[in-house]
Design a protein around this ligand. Structure first.
Ligand code: SF4
Length: 202
């Protein structure tokens, strides 16, 4: 099936993609502004198919949610618990290691960690989660805490977000997961919660 591009300004970029010519910064900026998302997706897929064919690459990770206690009230969330609620939990180091040991296999290359904004424990708890994992699994990448959690840590610790990130890196953080930063804007967070509520309630 041929590529269907509705934004005629994208055609020049499409030509370059077809001919394997490197895009310029200006082309990149235009891709960001163009409303033709499907056209861009098809061009991106063309490049991907050319480079990788039908091969798909992935790594095996282990997902860990050290606590489900959370001070936030996102309307779409079925995960959070208030302190003392039935099912509320906060793993200490032993529980964390037990959780990992039970699920461990030698192909795992990353710990992916997100959880509630638990204000019942200090910032050091979150640092210690990373320290514990790094101590016992030094070769596994720790991808932990979204942008929303970084903002939360800054509030509970009194540190700036930069200082929070520095402390996390010192503890062994390698990278952040992508989710969460989009809800740092109160206006957008509210919008997302309202839309989800409307969808759920019909
Ligand atoms: S911050 Fe996360 S855990 Fe807390 S209510 Fe929102 S989605 Fe749920």
């Amino acid at each position: 099936m041929g590529t269907i591009i509705t934004d005629t300004k994208l055609e020049v970029i499409g030509e370059k993609v077809n001919n394997g010519i490197r895009l310029t910064i200006e082309d990149g900026l235009y891709l960001f502004e163009s409303p033709d998302l499907l056209g861009i997706a098809q061009l991106a897929n063309q490049v991907n198919q050319k480079k990788n064919g039908d091969n798909v690459y992935f790594i095996e990770n282990m997902y860990i949610n050290p606590t489900n206690v959370c001070e936030a009230n996102c309307g779409f969330c079925g995960f959070k618990r208030k302190p003392g609620d039935e099912g509320a939990y906060t793993m200490d180091s032993d529980a964390l290691l037990e959780y990992v040991e039970k699920r461990w296999n030698d192909n795992i290359r990353e710990f992916h960690i997100v959880g509630g904004h638990n204000h019942e424990v200090p910032f050091d708890y979150y640092l210690n989660t990373i320290r514990t994992l790094k101590k016992h699994y030094p070769n596994v990448t720790v991808k932990a805490y979204t942008g929303a959690e970084i903002e939360f840590f800054s509030r509970i610790s009194g540190l700036t977000m930069k200082e929070v990130l520095e402390e996390l890196i010192k503890a062994g953080l390698d990278t952040l997961p992508g989710g969460g930063a989009e809800i740092l804007t109160e206006r957008y967070r509210l919008k997302m919660s309202l839309i989800k509520r409307l969808l759920i309630n019909g």
